[in-house]
Design a protein around this ligand. Structure first.
Ligand code: C2O
Ligand code: CU
Ligand code: CU
Length: 478
């Protein structure tokens, strides 16, 4: 009897430590370079998304947890991730925002064969940039990402004395949303209305895989808060009542620190915004964090001050993050191209070319598409054969994008970062780097980059319902 009990305890213990071990990197060295190894197993699991006595939700997860484990390494490391597909369908893993060789980019049929159920796949690449990134599947994305497959990927500078480096705490808020029914079950995917409108926007917002709980802070504390938006379609505009957030990095790349307009921190799907937040309210106060992106603002969470201040006087100058290491485009001699984003409900698009055939909008919708880039709604054939643009390696490029539709689109380019040089005709004084740039309805932006990474790269709206509905293309660098 006692031995049965003992065995069960031992098993429980072994089970718990197996999960922990799976999330710990194995680190080895070759020629000074660190090799950091992780293992990710995809599985359906049930997860207490809502908590508070509500039923658990059936989700798909990496290593049985939401979000997937935080993969952490340093700039200059080699990262090797072994992926075991325990789903009943094909998958891949895409390392969003990382400048890596094309073969490691995780786009099924474009950069690799899909990982079949029961199969494993090894990704390995060097990390050229520090900052906040994330990973997610690029197969059946609307559903796989929407059911919970995504996680943070954080790259530190090699000489960071410790992970916090100038901040009291380095926190991740992995933002996501879910469309749940009354039993906390995830509602089915593939809704046509989502595709032709703003994408699948959920009814339940989570931070780090759970309904938000107040964040306990101490007066005078200096936080680095990494906001990552893993939602399919929900945009966030976070306001920190009685606080002034300072933006210090966008999409992983450091920026000249700035206070965002109206103190609102906008995070479009797939974007990352690192902010410095000085806890400037009084001990024992409670301040609200509200999301005001959509007309119906709501309380996301609260900052709950403990009674013990950390320090009396606020800290001075913000610490400087390492400069970004991206190649600077030569704008004067750049190739210029236009990208027109069109389609969707209330967009006025009459039709588009799909698989070399012009189709009116009704026919397009009957074939599951409603969006186009430069008049082309990407079908499978287009993706495999006809790049939207082909650039000679090393060329500087300016893309002038125009959103001719009634919905916002976070436009993402793989394998590169682009510099946002103007918005709505106004040049930006400190042009930030983005891998995902947000175009609100009717916006125009100009982005510039050096096409220096050879391969066929996806360029798409990061709302997977729009991507699947035609809003994607290939940028080829030869
Ligand atoms: Cu975040 Cu094409 O990906
Ligand atoms: Cu990406
Ligand atoms: Cu879109």
């Amino acid at each position: 009897m006692t031995s049965a009990l003992f065995t069960r305890r031992a098993l429980l213990r072994a089970g718990a430590s197996a999960v922990l071990l799976a999330n710990l990197p194995r680190i080895s060295f070759s020629d000074e370079q660190r090799l950091v190894q992780y293992r990710l197993k995809l599985q359906p699991v049930s997860w207490p998304l809502v908590g508070n006595g509500h039923p658990e939700s059936a989700v798909w997860a990496y290593n049985g947890q939401l979000p997937g484990p935080t993969l952490r390494a340093r700039r200059g490391d080699r990262l090797r991730i072994t992926v075991d597909n325990g789903l009943a369908e094909d998958t891949t893993v895409h390392w969003h925002g990382i400048r890596l060789p094309n073969a490691m980019d995780g786009v099924p049929d474009l950069t690799q064969p899909p990982i079949k159920p029961g199969e494993s796949y090894v990704y390995e690449f060097e990390l050229p940039d520090s900052g906040s990134y994330w990973y997610h599947p690029h197969a059946n994305s609307a559903e796989q990402v929407g059911r919970g497959l995504s996680g943070p990927l954080i790259i530190d500078e090699p000489d960071d004395a410790n992970l916090v480096n100038g901040f009291d705490r380095d926190l991740i808020w992995f933002l996501d949303d879910w469309r749940l029914d009354g039993t906390a079950a995830i509602q089915p995917f593939g809704n046509g209305h989502d595709m032709t409108h703003g994408g699948r926007i959920g009814n339940t917002v989570t931070i780090n895989g759970k309904l938000p709980e107040p964040l306990t802070v101490r007066a005078g504390e200096r936080l680095r808060l990494r906001l990552l938006n893993a939602a399919n379609a929900r945009h966030f505009a976070l306001e920190f009542e009685d606080h002034v957030p300072l933006v210090i990095a966008l999409d992983g790349q450091s920026v000249e620190p700035f206070i965002p307009e109206a103190n609102r921190v906008i995070v479009a799907p797939a974007q990352r915004v690192d902010i410095l937040l000085d806890a400037s309210a009084k001990p024992e106060s409670k301040t609200r964090v509200i999301d005001t992106f959509y007309r119906d603002a709501y309380l996301l969470t609260e900052l709950a001050y403990s009674d013990q201040p950390l320090r009396e006087k606020p800290l001075g100058e913000p610490p400087r993050l390492a400069r970004s290491r991206l190649p600077i485009p030569d704008i004067a001699n750049a190739e210029r191209h236009e990208v027109v984003l069109a389609g969707g409900a209330m967009g006025g698009m009459r039709g588009a070319t799909m698989n070399d055939q012009w189709l009116d909008i009704r026919t397009l919708v009957s074939k599951g598409a409603a969006w186009a880039l430069n008049g082309v709604a990407a079908g499978q054939r287009h993706i495999k054969q006809d790049p939207l643009f082909t650039f000679t390696r090393g060329r500087s490029v300016v893309l002038a994008m125009r959103n001719d539709s009634a919905f916002p689109h976070p436009m993402h380019l793989h394998g590169h970062h682009y510099r946002l040089i103007s918005r709505n005709g106004k040049p930006l004084t400190n042009p930030p780097w983005h891998d995902t740039v947000l175009l609100l309805p009717r916006d125009t932006v100009e982005v510039a980059f050096v096409a220096d990474n050879p391969g066929d790269w996806m360029f798409h709206c990061h709302i997977p319902e729009h991507m699947k509905g035609g809003m994607m293309g290939i940028v080829r660098v030869t």
